[in-house]
Design a protein. Structure first.
Length: 604
């Protein structure tokens, strides 16, 4: 049940709130002393991007336009958005190459793991044909091989490729420890035609006099052996054709270093593999590909953590204003982000190729317990659950829950807000966060509905950030439409947002702080019942105040405890679009039999 009302004494009292004696005179009671804009009770406002992917997990099959984000690209995007902290949360199984293929057999579209072959042409291609043939094939592998034939009419190179799109990007991971070998048979090549194995790596922002874009390596079998740049972002390694089958060796990390020595080369992912022909001036090229092998040296649990930490250290001097913290997104179970001081990767059971995600409640709870035993906080990502499951499983035992939707779908966000209210009603104490879930590292400023999560914290040190998240001192705000937005709830001279007060008092005085409000915006105070009945529908009432009410400082309200209440705040623009939201403050009876996490306890 939900009721909206304009600000008035009757509306406040009807919602279980009281604004004090001055409300009867036409306005809310305002606290006389306002904290500084960036501080509250010894805490600083710290903005965070808490769900960020990079070269350790992203591939072109998951990103529009190809080229998943480099760490550099994400840090540049974070800088443009004024973000203080970036939590790296790459997909853990991709970091590990867990269950990844050790090769591609070129046997056709039926290869296990859902491998698909997608035709991609560039330029003025003519006569392109593709076939998986029984002969010729590599002598090192039974089965079939891929034959490609294509021509190009113009004076510039045209290309015709088959993109090997792996099931759930089975080869997308950091390239630092990976070498590829592939057998090729050059049937028709020359000055104007070449076989090509193309490796699309990560997207980077403009740097070193080069434009922003995806860095690509072309391995060609043609007539001009050597190494050269074909434009600023394409490195070409060309070898001479041999009689019969020959093996190309793709030492990708060495080639990135050689072509672009100013880059941190290890900040590179394997986004796409394409196999085809380059041709020009009316020439036609033809050849066969077979027996591709991935050679990886990584220890699945230690290498990714060590390597990403090293990249964080090497990139830090260029982004001194941004604190980087290592975490991950557990992805072979229900998606969960992990935040901890000394990050460890979760151990999955041994598997063959293309492991299947276990979506069960039991596996998610098992993983959460494993991380809790190591002092971590766990976030329930883009929760797909129905309210009854959320209540039954107590949100899997997670500590945080994503609310704002990454794609800017405010309907989904509103539904998740309702889900969060169901948890709040049932004393499932979660910290509401925002789902950035960015895979591209570009144009954050052009995403008007991208929400950041901010916390009131003593510093940007990991321990202080975790303490603030555990306590619920967090709010979320649109980075483009409310970039400097701040929210807080204060009582008894301290921040109580996210806290749980068990008290004998029937009413608790709370100061609602909302700062840097856009003109025409409104602040909605949502009062919800915390009756702990197992109900799967929130029981809330809403009181709306104009931004002007907060112009001189916090608005003072009284929260009636009754059988249990919580209060939280939302900010909306003049059109009613959600700009931000804060975490609740719960007020319960002193004798309420409720298990409250230590970080949230405010018992009087």
């Amino acid at each position: 049940m939900k009721k909206d009302s304009k600000v008035s004494r009757r509306g406040l009292l009807g919602a279980g709130l009281s604004a004090g004696a001055t409300a009867a005179l036409g306005g809310p009671k305002v606290a006389t002393a306002a904290p500084s804009a960036a501080r509250a009770g010894g805490y600083d406002a710290v903005s965070m991007a808490m769900h960020i992917h990079s070269c350790f997990s992203e591939g072109g099959s998951n990103v529009s336009g190809g080229g998943g984000a480099s760490m550099m690209a994400q840090l540049e995007a974070a800088r443009s958005a004024g973000v203080d902290v970036v939590w790296w949360t790459d997909h853990d199984w991709r970091m590990q190459a867990y269950g990844y293929y050790d090769g591609i057999a070129f046997d056709g579209t039926a290869e296990d793991g859902g491998l698909q072959w997608i035709v991609q042409n560039e330029g003025t291609v003519t006569g392109a044909t593709y076939a998986f043939v029984s002969e010729p094939r590599s002598p090192d592998e039974p089965g079939r091989a891929l034959r490609v034939t294509a021509g190009g009419t113009g004076p510039g190179w045209s290309g015709s490729y088959l993109f090997g799109k792996g099931g759930n990007a089975f080869y997308s991971t950091n390239i630092s420890d990976t070498t590829i070998t592939v057998d090729v048979l050059a049937e028709t090549v020359g000055t104007d035609a070449a076989l090509v194995v193309q490796v699309e790596t990560s997207y980077r922002p403009a740097t070193g006099g080069r434009p922003a874009g995806v860095y690509t390596l072309d391995y060609r079998v043609g007539s001009e052996p050597g190494r050269r740049l074909d434009g600023p972002l394409v490195g070409v390694v060309e070898v001479a054709p041999e009689d019969g089958w020959q093996t190309l060796t793709l030492r990708m990390i060495d080639d990135v270093r050689a072509f672009w020595p100013d880059l941190v080369a290890e900040d590179s992912g394997l986004a796409r593999l394409r196999f085809g022909v380059h041709a020009r001036n009316g020439a036609v090229g033809s050849g066969v590909f077979d027996h591709l092998v991935f050679h990886r040296t990584r220890d699945q649990l230690e290498w990714p953590v060590r390597t990403q930490r090293d990249l964080m250290r090497r990139l830090a001097p260029a982004y001194p204003e941004i604190t980087q913290v290592l975490g991950a997104e557990l992805s072979m179970i229900r998606h969960l982000n992990v935040f901890m001081e000394d990050f460890e990767l979760y151990t999955y059971p041994p598997t063959g190729k293309a492991p299947v995600r276990d979506n069960s409640v039991a596996e998610a709870k098992k993983a959460i317990r494993w991380y809790h035993d190591r002092g971590a906080l766990v976030q329930y990502n883009h929760p797909p659950t129905k309210p009854h499951e959320l209540v039954r499983t107590r949100a899997l035992g997670a500590d945080l829950m994503e609310v704002a939707n990454a794609q800017g779908d405010l309907v989904i966000t509103r539904n998740r807000m309702g889900l969060f209210d169901v948890a709040a009603r049932n004393a499932i104490f979660l910290t509401a966060t925002s789902q950035i879930d960015d895979h591209e590292g570009r144009n954050w400023a052009e995403k008007p509905h991208l929400f950041l999560t901010s916390v009131w914290a003593r510093s940007t040190g990991t321990r202080d950030l975790l303490a603030s998240l555990a306590a619920g001192r967090a709010w979320c705000h649109q980075q483009a439409r409310w970039p400097g937005g701040r929210l807080d709830l204060r009582a008894g001279g301290r921040s109580v947002m996210g806290q749980v007060l068990r008290t004998r008092a029937r009413r608790v005085r709370v100061n609602v702080r909302a700062e840097a409000l856009p003109p025409g915006s409104t602040v909605r105070m949502i009062l919800g019942a915390c009756d702990r009945t197992g109900a799967t529908v929130p029981l809330i009432k809403t009181v709306t105040m104009p931004a002007a009410a907060f112009a001189n400082g916090p608005v003072r309200i009284n929260v009636a405890r009754r059988q249990g209440r919580y209060v939280r705040v939302e900010v909306h623009d003049a059109d009613g679009v959600l700009l931000g939201y804060g975490n609740p403050f719960w007020v319960l009876n002193r004798r309420a039999r409720v298990a409250v996490p230590r970080a949230r306890r405010l018992d009087d």
